[in-house]
Design a protein around this ligand. Structure first.
Ligand SMILES: NC(=O)C1=CN([C@@H]2O[C@H](COP(=O)(O)OP(=O)(O)OC[C@H]3O[C@@H](n4cnc5c(N)ncnc54)[C@H](O)[C@@H]3O)[C@@H](O)[C@H]2O)C=CC1
Ligand SMILES: O=C(O)C(=O)CO
Length: 325
């Protein structure tokens, strides 16, 4: 009998066909409230889950007693309760690396757009306000030859460092759990404490996963440590930042601006004060959102899933998953 796979996110037909070669596929383009009860029913005899963003916790897993593998089509896996999965001998996978360049392009674009105030000036032109040569009040700040501080020098952080070093002649500081010799040699990146990074950087880019250690990592004290002329960029997860502290720091002009691809609540509430600040550039969590890269992520997720169901070791087992230290 074929294994039963629940796909809970819109997926390219090529990806579904690949899974269907060996498995039965129950496909939900989206888990909206109308189909959620059907999804729960299907979970009862499902062997595998493929998608991203679904909170997979003890309650959900209690409804899926036959589950063997949970495959995220994202690199972040803060939606998965790894200890509940391990307790039940369920393996978990993610999709690292295939998205690094695409996410780095987005995050660097966000940094440039914030520094040079592009969305604000785009509106200025479109509103017919451009009536004479621009004055200093509309000037931005330079990016090239400045100092970029990267918190979380992993796959994406490293791809951001590459752009900063070779495209913009920037000096790179980084902070993380360990030293990265390759990045130090290739991008001339300097390891430092979080405090030093915050004090010395012109741009602070947060690129860690969301974990109990990184939740609220950027708070009141951290924004106070940043230069008043510095810009904060968040490409990680919204909850790595204490949003209230960020709002207060921007209001008090403790920092110059912020570029945000992620928010504590997504989709972000229209009432969030960050949305009405001119010096904040916002994006709707589009780090990896190109057709090419999303297809690569989906296909990698499917390959992990098929390998796991065959009893092979999937290429992207998550740290903390059973069988991985
Ligand atoms: N905005 C978007 O669309 C995207 C967001 N992300 C987010 O970015 C995160 C990082 O992605 P990758 O670079 O692919 O992951 P990665 O695992 O390659 O790198 C993460 C880095 O953060 C470091 N880190 C972990 N805990 C830390 C801590 N407490 N303090 C400092 N550094 C710490 C790790 O040592 C590692 O070097 C993902 O987990 C996800 O949450 C990733 C891709 C797209
Ligand atoms: O992969 C991730 O973690 C994302 O946030 C979307 O690409």
């Amino acid at each position: 009998m074929k294994s039963k796979v629940i796909v809970y996110k819109k997926m390219d037909e090529k990806v579904l066909e690949f899974i269907r070669e060996t498995c039965e596929v129950i496909y939900f383009e989206k888990l909206h409230s109308d189909v959620y009860p059907i999804f729960l029913e299907e979970l009862k005899d499902a062997d595998a889950l493929l998608g991203s963003g679904l909170k997979v916790d003890g309650d959900l897993l209690d409804r899926a007693p036959h589950l063997k593998i949970v495959c995220n089509t994202s690199v972040g896996y803060d939606n998965l309760d790894m200890s509940e999965l391990s307790k039940r001998n369920i393996i978990a996978t993610n999709t690292p690396d295939v998205l690094n360049d695409t996410v780095a392009d987005t995050i660097f674009g966000l940094l440039l757009a914030t520094a040079r105030r592009m969305p604000e000036l785009d509106q200025f032109v479109k509103n017919g306000e451009w009536k004479e040569t621009l004055k200093e009040e509309h000037f931005g700040v330079d990016v090239h030859h400045k100092t970029l501080g990267i918190i979380g020098m992993g796959g994406v952080g490293s791809a951001i460092a590459k752009r900063a070093r070779f495209g913009f002649d920037m000096d790179i500081l980084y902070h993380g759990r360990s030293r990265k010799e390759e990045e130090e040699q290739t991008y001339n990146a300097t390891y430092c404490s979080l405090e030093e990074l915050l004090q010395k950087s012109d741009f602070v880019c947060l690129m860690t996963p969301l974990t109990p250690q990184t939740e609220g990592l950027m708070g009141k004290r951290e924004f106070e440590l940043m230069k008043q002329s510095a810009i904060f960029i968040n490409g990680s997860r919204g909850k790595t930042v204490d949003e209230e502290a960020l709002i207060n720091a921007l209001r008090a002009e403790e920092i110059l601006g912020a570029g945000l691809d992620v928010f504590a609540q997504e989709p972000v509430s229209p009432a969030n004060p960050l949305l009405s600040m001119k010096n904040v550039v916002t994006l709707p969590h589009i780090g990896s959102a190109t057709a090419e890269t999303r297809l690569k992520m989906a296909m990698l997720g499917a390959e992990n899933l098929v390998a796991g169901l065959k009893g092979e070791t999937p290429p992207n087992l998550i740290k903390g998953s059973i069988g991985v230290k």
